[in-house]
Design a binder for this molecule. Structure first.
Ligand code: 5GP
Ligand code: ZN
Length: 114
């Protein structure tokens, strides 16, 4: 989508530190990491958030979670565990309106979810 930051990152128009890429997804390091490892996994097809997931095919949606798991493996956080988060809308403090999953790990995290 024109003017969307994450669409421009996925297309290479805006540089990023790529971690993984396939036909449906792109993964890159968060610019402001909230954990020792903090990778963003995005759908290459633009949808604003998970509330619009009916606009992705089942395959495209599943690919996002598969990529989260691949990224965790690749950066070495699979064994000790990690967290996958997607923010949706204002109350969740979503700041970029393009579906993305935060993959966080490499340290012990708080038991709190909010
Ligand atoms: P949200 O708050 O929407 O769930 O997450 C957006 C994430 O995108 C934030 O963690 C923020 O640090 C990250 N981010 C924002 N702009 C950029 C950017 O230009 N490059 C990268 N790599 N990450 C970004
Ligand atoms: Zn987009």
């Amino acid at each position: 989508m024109d003017g969307c930051l994450f669409c421009m990152i996925a297309s290479g128009e805006i540089p990023s530190r790529k971690v993984y890429e396939d036909e449906d997804t792109y993964a890159f390091e968060d610019i402001n990491p909230q954990a020792k490892h903090h990778v963003l996994v995005i759908s290459k097809k633009h949808i604003p958030d998970v509330a619009h997931c009916e606009d992705l095919s089942d395959g495209q949606l599943a690919a996002c979670l598969r990529t989260c798991a691949k990224v965790a493996e690749q950066v070495g956080i699979r064994e000790n565990g990690y967290r996958v988060v997607t923010n949706c809308g204002q109350d969740a403090c979503q700041s970029v309106s393009h579906l993305h999953f935060h993959v966080l790990g490499g340290q012990q995290m708080s038991g709190k979810m909010v």
